[in-house]
Design a binder for this molecule. Structure first.
Ligand code: ACM
Length: 714
């Protein structure tokens, strides 16, 4: 990953800021430019920036004045710590009654008469005598501090003094819900990483963290009453042969992957989030996406006999669902009681997505309970489920939020809808009087690749670039009439293919900065070219913070010559579908190859091979575990029949059917879990430029062969 660094910034202070060593480094100052044109290098762009004459210079020893009182003092300390960590400057905080400091310095003022009346608004005034940040509420003052830090980080002299152009910033958010979602179920991130993620959110004025804590492949939240949820549900054996061969000496069985958040860790995270104005919305995904919980407590399942023996490691949609026994609702309410005790926010996310009703249809126990409840149709079972959860949450003064499938299911009036299947769910929910948040797939799904480079980490194949995110319209025309129900927007980082914390950060930034601007800045401030101008300063801040991020937006185009190595990401897919950018399962420890593959049609095209010049072909191949729950779709995957025990790679010219031009036996690769370079083959002489089509002939679907790279030789 070019231009990134480990997200674990060694020795990060409690603020998630940088080490002293990093702090001492000077930040390249961008060329001086009119304040108005640059929006003062602040992301998200403030609502209004007006240039004033003069400037103020901040250096070690500059005083910060706060009126006596805890809230402003805490925010002043946060700002001082940010500046210390990023620039090594020591600012002196002093409590001082009254509005005017009477000496040059920085004032943080919570003031009921401050100019902005909107919640979270603030005013920041830089003049020759200092800086005054004022707000009516402490959230506004906090964001004023964040803006002031961004102004500082963008303008550092070689002497470590920071000169701020005089200006008046007046700012307030466009939306109350400015969210990111992090999936800690598919892959687990450490509590320390979650703290940093919250810090980075706060520095973008993002304020809602959707925390996806449970799914088929893992239950990550300690529940004291039901310890098997984590003792069993938090651990799985990763897919693939390499993991099967990775034996844990303690058990003499394949090593398990997993982890969970203790309640103590959650309390620390929630308190940290509160101090950063971030509300955590915990998600307990029900009644589907529950396989890990059902394996731990099979009595909750509609069809216990269909459950796997252990927490599974396939991606996709499992058909396992909860039953609707009273005992199951008692269990769920016990779980929710512990969730409510940990998470003080108004909203509790109860999932509701991708519910397959087969098991409800097939289960005699569920059908008997349906008769007792007068539910005539399995299609209405989810509605009953959501009503039970909504009633419980309302009785405890919380609000249910769920994915947009809950719209079909029939909703309590208080329920809020998170629209992921495009924005249609939000449109119908808002029309029916429910609040809604826009979190549409694919544009706000951060597990998509953000560029086409072979260096991009694993994720979904179709690219959702920084510019794609920035171009998303957070108030679609269809929602205009019900605008008052639109709470805001969320970008979601699903982590099926995001195995490491560094990659989780990389997939998030800077796309979440684009989202932050859509969520915070007024529509008149949304301008791609202007955002691009502010990005270098943003990237410099990421470097100071030790945040892994993508610089793909500034990457030059990749120009390959005819005899260069073409990685799978450089090839075309025969189906024109980009599928998935998947990581090899080997080596278990160490760098793994990443293959761009359409698993429904694993077939690659090298579009323009000059065969009059090429006489040889070398191909590197790998194998992927086929760990996808795709139901009957598996029958439509087309594989060519193998002609030998190991199978072959068939290469055709100009089309993907008919007799192969050359065949590369897979015998040398079949027992290698990692990438194998197949013996080179000679190409028959052909004139002109042709398309080469690469397709495997294999006996079964698992493992699935994949191209890593192809290279022609002269
Ligand atoms: C989802 O992507 N299933 C919410």
């Amino acid at each position: 990953m070019s231009g990134t660094r480990a997200s674990a910034c060694a020795g990060l202070c409690a603020l998630g800021m940088v080490t002293a060593g990093v702090a001492a480094r000077a930040v390249a100052a961008p060329a001086a430019a009119p304040v108005e044109a640059l929006h003062a290098n602040v992301i998200p762009a403030p609502a209004s920036v007006v240039a004033r004459p003069g400037s103020f210079t901040l250096r070690s020893g500059t005083q910060i004045f706060v009126a006596p009182g805890q809230k402003a003092t805490r925010i002043a300390a946060y700002f001082a710590e940010l500046v210390r960590a990023s620039h090594g400057l020591t600012l002196k905080a002093r409590q001082k009654a009254g509005a005017s400091p009477g000496a040059p310095g920085i004032v943080f003022r919570l003031d009921p008469q401050a100019p902005g009346t909107a919640p979270e608004s603030y005013q920041l005034e830089v003049s020759a005598t200092g800086v005054v940040v004022s707000a009516r509420d402490q959230r506004g003052l906090f964001y004023g501090a964040v803006t002031l830090w961004q102004l500082c980080s963008a303008r550092v002299s070689e002497h470590g003094a920071i000169t701020l152009e005089a200006m008046l910033i007046t700012d307030a958010p466009r939306f109350a819900w400015r969210g990111l979602m992090l999936d800690s179920a598919r892959h687990f991130q450490s509590p320390e990483f979650i703290l940093h993620y919250i810090d980075w959110m706060a520095l973008h004025k993002l304020n809602m963290l959707g925390w996806h804590l449970t799914d088929d492949q893992g239950w990550r939240l300690e529940i004291k009453k039901y310890p098997r949820l984590t003792a069993v549900g938090a651990w799985r054996v990763p897919p693939g042969r390499a993991a099967q061969r990775d034996i844990d000496p303690k058990t003499s069985r394949p090593r398990k992957y997993g982890g969970f958040y203790t309640q103590e860790a959650v309390r620390r995270i929630v308190a940290h989030a509160a101090a950063r104005n971030v509300t955590i919305v915990p998600e307990i995904d029900l009644p589907a996406h529950t396989t890990a919980a059902l394996v731990a407590y099979p009595a909750l399942a509609a069809e216990p006999a269909r459950l796997p023996a252990a927490v599974p490691s396939d991606w996709g949609i499992y058909t396992h669902v909860c039953n609707i026994d009273e005992a199951t609702f008692r269990f769920i309410e016990d779980v929710l009681a512990e969730v409510l005790a940990l998470f003080p926010g108004e909203y509790i996310h109860v999932g509701g997505d991708e519910v397959v009703t087969d098991e409800w249809r097939d289960s005699p126990r569920v059908r008997a309970r349906m008769r007792e409840l007068n539910i005539s149709d399995v299609g209405a079972v989810q509605g009953y489920f959501e009503q039970r959860l909504g009633t419980y949450l309302a009785a405890h003064e919380r609000r249910l939020i769920g994915w947009d499938e809950i719209v079909q299911a029939g909703l309590g009036p208080d329920a809020t809808v998170m629209s992921w299947r495009g924005v249609a769910g939000a449109v119908s929910a808002a029309h029916a009087g429910h609040d809604a948040v826009l979190a549409p797939d694919p544009v706000l799904y951060l597990d998509h690749r953000q560029g086409t480079s072979p260096e991009e980490p694993p994720g979904r194949g179709p690219v959702e670039s920084l510019q794609d995110v920035y171009a998303f319209d957070p108030v679609p025309a269809a929602l205009l009439a019900d605008r008052e129900h639109l709470l805001g927007v969320q970008a979601s980082l699903w982590t099926e293919h995001v195995r490491t914390e560094e990659r989780a950060a990389y997939m998030t930034w800077p796309r979440a900065a684009a989202l932050a601007e859509l969520a915070w800045s007024p529509p008149g401030r949304i301008a791609w070219d202007d955002f691009l101008q502010r990005l270098p300063a943003e990237f410099e801040r990421y470097r100071m913070l030790g945040v892994s991020f993508s610089e793909d937006v500034f990457a030059p185009p990749r120009n390959l010559g005819p005899f260069d190595r073409h990685m799978s990401q450089d090839l075309r897919s025969c189906s024109n579908k980009l599928g998935l950018n998947l990581e090899d399962d080997a080596p278990v420890n160490g760098r793994r190859a990443v293959f761009l593959i359409d698993i429904m049609n694993p077939c690659w095209i090298l579009p323009a091979a000059d065969l009059s010049q090429a006489s040889g072909l070398t191909v590197a191949v790998g194998q992927l575990p086929f760990n996808f729950q795709i139901g009957k779709d598996v029958e439509s995957i087309h594989l060519n029949p193998a002609h030998s025990a190991a199978g072959e790679l068939e290469v055709r010219v100009d089309q993907c059917e008919g007799a192969p031009l050359v065949v590369l036996p897979l015998a040398s690769a079949v027992d290698n879990d990692a990438v194998t370079v197949l013996p080179a083959v000679s190409l028959p002489h052909l004139t002109g430029t042709h398309q080469l089509c690469f397709k495997f002939a294999q006996h079964g679907i698992d493992p699935m062969w994949a191209i890593d790279w192809v290279q022609l030789s002269q």
